[in-house]
Write a protein that binds this ligand. Structure first.
Ligand SMILES: [Ca+2]
Ligand SMILES: [Ca+2]
Length: 315
């Protein structure tokens, strides 16, 4: 029985022990959980407290270090901001300058193209001008050549004109001089308008390529009479060399059987050695004498020149 009791008591003790153990285990477990929770809570509280109380708890060097770190960080940030700003500004500036460069490049390209176009136009114009210049030069040379030819022709024409003018003037003089000549048969006669001595009259006739008139026959005497009208004119008859021997200007002797002396002439002896002819009696004191008269050679009368028609040549 004691066994049983012991057994019963052992079983009850063993159950109580097991319960006790279980409870103890539970207590331990609970205690450990509580301890863990507490530890966790303490840890969190410690960390929190540490976080909250860490700064005040730091020493002075830590504070300075922290401030320096923050300042450095701020500086770094500021430098980064400045660098970023500089990079942005540089990028914007570069972009603007590139756009300006591109724009300028396009403008320069356009200007270059325009200049090339203008250059081509100017080159073409220059070539055209050179071509025109060559043509004008050729035309100028041709004109110079023509001008020289025309100048030579003009000079020749001027020379010819001068020659023709001279010939015309000479012909005029010739015609004017011979307009005063009257031709009869094979001879031409000139009667002066002024009065000169016999010698001067002879000289004048010589200058006209003639000589004082020589009357060879009745027809010529009649012609001279009609020519002189009322004038008294010298004829080419004189006895200056040998008194009484009358000779013509060609040194031929007056034929004794052929003369037209007026009544009573010649009567002047050695004082009257030259002869005149009178057609009508108009001289007072000379009576009514017509025909030839011997008079003083120094007297002044008109005169008649005579030359052959064959001598009427151009001067
Ligand atoms: Ca005489
Ligand atoms: Ca006389």
């Amino acid at each position: 029985m004691s066994g049983l009791v012991n057994d019963g008591m052992d079983k009850g003790s063993m159950m109580e022990s097991e319960d006790r153990i279980d409870k103890t285990v539970d207590i331990y477990i609970t205690a450990e959980a509580v301890r863990d929770m507490k530890h966790k809570k303490d840890t969190e509280d410690f960390e929190t407290q540490t976080a909250k109380t860490q700064t005040p708890q730091h020493t002075g060097s830590d504070s300075v270090r922290n401030r320096s770190s923050r300042a450095a960080a701020v500086c770094v940030v500021l430098l980064c901001v400045l660098l970023l700003t500089a990079v942005i500004v540089l990028c914007v500036t570069f972009t603007q300058e590139r756009q300006q460069f591109i724009s300028k490049n396009e403008n320069l390209t356009n200007e270059r193209d325009q200049l090339l176009f203008k250059t081509e136009n100017l080159t073409n114009e220059r070539d055209q001008l050179l071509f025109k210049t060559e043509n004008l030069t050729n035309e100028r040379d041709q004109l110079i050549f023509k001008t020289e030819n025309l100048t030579n022709e003009r000079d020749q024409l001027i020379s010819k004109n001068e020659n023709l003018t001279n010939e015309r003037d000479q012909l005029k003089k010739y015609l004017q001089s011979y307009a005063e000549w009257i031709c009869y048969q094979s001879r031409c006669y000139y009667i002066s308008k002024e009065n000169k001595s016999s010698t001067e009259s002879k000289i004048d006739c010589r200058e006209r390529g003639a000589d004082l008139v020589i009357i060879n026959n009745t027809e010529e005497q009649d012609f001279v009479k009609k020519m002189i009208g009322k004038a008294i004119v010298w004829i080419g008859l004189t006895d200056r060399d040998v008194e009484g021997t009358w000779k013509w200007v060609d040194n031929s002797t007056l034929t004794s059987g052929f003369s037209f002396w007026g009544s009573g002439e010649p009567n002047g002896d050695t004082t009257e050695n030259c002869a005149v002819t009178v057609a009508v009696p108009t001289v007072p004191g000379w009576g009514n004498i017509v025909g030839w008269l011997d008079v003083k050679c120094s007297l002044h009368f008109q005169w008649i020149c005579e030359k052959r028609i064959s001598h009427l040549t151009l001067p």
